[in-house]
Design a binder for this molecule. Structure first.
Ligand SMILES: *[C@@H]1O[C@H](CO)[C@@H](O)[C@H](O)[C@H]1NC(C)=O
Length: 285
């Protein structure tokens, strides 16, 4: 009987003690500390489960924020955490790395979370994301500004272009057109690759000379051909003219001597000319 009472009393005392310890201990503990917008618990604090009276926990600035002042240490006093003296400010990514032919609209600022836009110079187009964001590690994205190119310049029939390169014409480059001999250029004789990647004007046309045009204005090639024909014709007439002159001359001489011969026959004077050897042939005619 005594033993049982003892056992009962022991159990009661044990239970009461346990209850007391639980209540007192729970009342002395602080709740798990909470972070806020820009202040978070350190990894060490996150792993802790018990926060008894007097315990110290360290807080730190959240990702993207830098410590401005204070230590970040808080203490559990009377079941409450002391106010942290830590102040954090947004990280400043600073002006982005300059890129060729690129500028930035940083009206949104350069602090953590800010989004800025990359703008290319005229005649340049962006590749990659146009927007950059300030992250804890710095600005995101690596956009580039590449010069605008135009399509292969169009060929024209009966004409030539001043572009034989393999690569495409770039912004501002000029392509010159010339027409083949005997063709007239209609339109602009050059086109320029514009900032939009299109040519500023249509390529010209090389128009051939029509039958109507040829009758009024002969081309230089046509003129040369006519001249050549004329020369041939001149040489064609020449032998005929010479022949006519020679025959006429011979006829005149013959008539002259026949006349003389007849006169001598009629007249009495002898000039002895008939004895000259070169004249004998005429006498014998
Ligand atoms: C810069 O961006 C803001 C909006 O983010 C806009 O209102 C402003 O016009 C832009 N400035 C330029 C120069 O593009």
């Amino acid at each position: 009987m005594e033993a049982s009472l003892d056992t009962c009393g022991q159990r009661t005392v044990q239970s009461l003690l346990l209850l007391y310890l639980l209540v007192v201990k729970a009342a002395a503990d602080c709740p798990k500390p909470q972070g806020r917008e820009n202040i978070v618990l350190t990894n060490k604090a996150l792993l802790m489960n018990d926060f008894p009276e007097g315990v110290e926990v360290t807080l730190e600035c959240a990702n993207g924020y830098d410590r401005e002042s204070g230590s970040g240490t808080i203490t559990c006093i009377d079941e409450k955490w002391t106010e942290p003296d830590l102040t954090c400010k947004k990280k400043d990514c600073g002006p982005p790395q300059p890129q060729p032919n690129m500028s930035f609209n940083i009206s949104a600022g350069t602090l953590f979370g800010a989004v800025i836009k990359a703008i290319c110079d005229k005649g340049y187009k962006i590749t990659g994301p146009a927007y950059k964001q300030c992250y804890p590690t710095g600005w995101s994205g690596r956009p580039k500004c590449n010069i605008v190119t135009c399509a292969k310049p169009p060929e024209v029939t009966n004409g030539r272009i001043s572009w034989d390169a393999q690569d495409l014409p770039k912004y501002g480059e000029i392509i010159q057109y010339t027409c083949d001999e005997g063709y007239t250029l209609i339109g602009e004789d050059s086109i320029v690759c514009s900032a939009t990647g299109k040519y500023d004007s249509q390529p010209p046309e090389c128009k051939g000379v029509t039958a109507e045009d040829r009758s009024t204005t002969a081309s230089p090639a046509q003129g040369n051909h006519d001249e050549a024909v004329d020369v041939n014709q001149d040489f064609g007439y020449l032998p005929v003219i010479i022949s006519v002159i020679v025959v006429s001359l011979v006829v005149c001489i013959v008539v002259f001597f026949i006349h003389k011969f007849l006169l001598r026959r009629k007249g009495s004077y002898d000039t002895r000319e008939d004895l000259k050897p070169e004249l004998l042939q005429f006498q014998n005619l």
